[in-house]
Design a protein around this ligand. Structure first.
Ligand SMILES: NC(=O)c1ccc[n+]([C@@H]2O[C@H](COP(=O)([O-])OP(=O)(O)OC[C@H]3O[C@@H](n4cnc5c(N)ncnc54)[C@H](O)[C@@H]3O)[C@@H](O)[C@H]2O)c1
Length: 396
C-alpha cells in the first residue's frame, strides 16, 4: 500500500465539519470555528440534549446556519455517511475514537481525533491502514504541539540554530485527585490502566523536535510505574480495585538514531501541573516552565525573552493575538484548529499525520506491557513500514 507521508488532498475552499462529541472538549473546540472564514458546521452529534442545545445557541449567537442534530449512540454512522461533510471532528470518550475514525475514512471523510487517537497497537495499525487505503487525512488533535514555547523552539530547531537535538523530556502531570477516581467523569478509565495511559501531550511536541518519522524513529522503550498510596484527602473511601495505575509512570524511549526521550505521567499526587518540555541540543537548550529557559551557544548574552521574540514562528505572528483572545488553553487549541483548516483549504499536508497519531498513541499499550514484564524493553512498531527517512521536517 502506498504511504500517506506528506499527503496532500484537493483544496477545500469551505470546510464542512461534523462534530461528534460535544462534552468539555467538543464545546471548547466548536467555539474556535466561529472565528474562522471558510468553515461551516454542518452537523453535531452528542448523547446529551444540553450539549446539542449549547451548539445550537452558539451557532445562532454568531449568526451561523443551524446544524443538523443527532442524538442516538450510533447516529455518528449516519453523520459520517452525509455527502455534505469534509471533516469529522471527534471529541467523544477515548474508547470510540478509532472506530469512528475508521468508519469516517471509509466514507471518504477526513478525520480529526481528540487524544489519544487509539488505545491499542492494533487500533494504531488500523488507523494507518485505513488512511493509506482511503488516502484521507487522519490527524490527532495534539494541542500541546501548538503552545507558543514549543512552536518557537521547533521553529528554531528547523532553522538549525539549536544544532542537533540529542535528548528530550516530556510529561503530563495534573493533580486530578479531586475527581475521586470517578469513571463517569472526563479522563475516562485512566485509573484502571497501567503504564502511561495518556502519553501524547508530553510526547507529541518532543517527537516533533526529534523529527520522528522525519529522519528518525522511536525504536524501543522501557517503562516503570511506582507507588499506589492511600489518599487521605479523598472525599469517599476508595475501594481496593478503584485504581491500578501507580502514582507515577516513567518511560524511557530510545530512537534509531541514538537519541533519548524521558516521558512521565502523574495524575494522582499533590504536584503542580506540569507539561514538561525539555530539549537538549548541541548548540542550545530549552526548558518550558515558570520561567522558560532558552539558551543558544552562539548568542550567550541573549536572554530567553529576546530569543523567544526573535524566533517567533509565522503561525504565532499571524494568529497569536486572536488565539489568545478566543482560544482555550491559552490559545494553543485555536492555533491547532486554525492550522488544520488552513492546510485543508490550501491542499497542504497536515502538520500531524496518521503516523504521528499511531506513534504517540501506541505508547499506552507498550508502556503497560513493559511495566507488566518488570520493565523489559519493548520494541516500538515502525508504522511507516521502513519509510521514516523519506520526509524532511515540516516547516510552518
Ligand atoms: N487535548 C486536550 O487538552 C484534552 C483535554 C481533556 C480531554 N481530552 C480528550 O478529549 C476527549 C473528550 O474528553 P472530554 O473531557 O470532552 O469528555 P466529556 O465526557 O466531557 O465529553 C465526551 C462527550 O462525548 C459524547 N459521546 C459519547 N459517546 C458518544 C456517541 N456514541 N455519540 C455521540 N456522542 C458521544 C458524550 O455525550 C460527551 O458529551 C477524550 O478522549 C479525552 O482524552 C483532551
Amino acid at each position: 500500500m502506498p504511504d500517506v507521508l506528506a499527503l496532500a488532498c484537493e483544496p477545500i475552499s469551505c470546510v464542512r465539519i461534523a462534530f461528534i462529541g460535544l462534552g468539555k472538549r467538543g464545546k471548547e473546540s466548536i467555539h474556535h470555528f466561529m472565528h474562522m472564514q471558510g468553515v461551516v458546521i454542518t452537523a453535531v452529534c452528542d448523547l446529551n440534549e444540553e450539549n446539542l442545545h449549547f451548539a445550537r445557541c452558539l451557532l445562532a449567537s454568531h449568526g451561523k446556519a443551524l446544524p443538523c442534530e443527532y442524538r442516538r449512540a450510533d447516529d455518528w454512522r449516519e453523520v459520517c455517511r452525509r455527502e455534505d461533510i469534509d471533516l469529522v471532528y471527534v471529541c467523544t470518550n477515548r474508547e470510540c475514537h478509532t472506530e469512528i475514525a475508521l468508519y469516517a475514512m471509509a466514507q471518504g471523510k477526513h478525520v480529526a481525533l481528540e487524544v489519544p487517537a487509539a488505545n491499542t497497537v492494533a487500533e494504531c495499525w488500523a488507523l494507518v491502514d485505513a488512511a493509506e487505503a482511503t488516502r484521507r487525512h487522519c490527524m490527532m488533535l495534539e494541542n500541546c504541539c501548538y503552545d507558543w514555547f514549543e512552536l518557537t523552539v521547533l521553529h528554531m530547531i528547523r532553522q538549525g540554530v539549536l544544532g542537533e537535538v540529542f535528548h528530550v523530556e516530556g510529561s503530563y502531570v495534573h493533580d486530578l485527585r479531586h475527581l475521586n477516581f470517578d469513571e463517569r467523569l472526563s479522563y475516562h478509565r485512566l485509573w484502571q490502566m497501567e503504564g502511561n495511559p495518556y502519553p501524547t501531550h508530553g510526547l507529541g511536541p518532543v517527537c516533533q523536535a526529534l523529527g520522528i518519522h522525519r529522519g528518525d524513529r522511536m525504536a524501543w522503550l522501557t517503562s516503570v510505574s511506582g507507588g499506589q498510596f492511600n489518599y487521605p484527602t479523598l472525599s469517599q473511601p476508595l475501594p481496593p480495585e478503584a485504581f491500578t495505575l501507580g502514582n507515577i509512570n516513567t518511560t524511557i524511549i530510545k530512537t534509531a538514531r541514538n537519541k533519548t526521550i524521558l516521558l512521565q505521567h502523574d495524575i494522582s499526587s499533590p504536584r503542580p501541573y506540569t507539561r514538561r518540555y525539555l530539549i537538549s541540543a548541541t548548540e542550545g537548550f530549552a526548558q518550558k516552565g515558570a520561567p522558560h529557559v532558552l539558551t543558544l551557544a552562539a548568542q550567550p548574552d541573549a536572554t530567553t525573552d529576546e530569543l523567544l521574540k526573535h524566533y517567533e514562528p509565522p503561525l504565532a505572528k499571524e494568529v497569536g493575538e486572536l488565539a489568545r483572545r478566543v482560544g482555550t488553553h491559552g490559545g494553543m487549541d485555536f492555533m491547532m484548529d486554525y492550522r488544520l483548516i488552513y492546510c485543508l483549504q490550501h491542499g497542504l499536508p497536515l502538520d500531524m499525520d496518521v503516523y504521528d497519531a499511531a506513534e504517540w498513541s501506541c505508547i499506552i499499550e507498550l508502556s503497560a506491557r513493559s511495566v507488566a514484564s518488570g520493565s523489559q524493553p519493548v520494541e516500538i512498531p515502525d508504522f511507516t513500514r521502513g519509510r521514516w527517512q523519506k520526509l524532511q521536517p515540516v516547516h510552518r
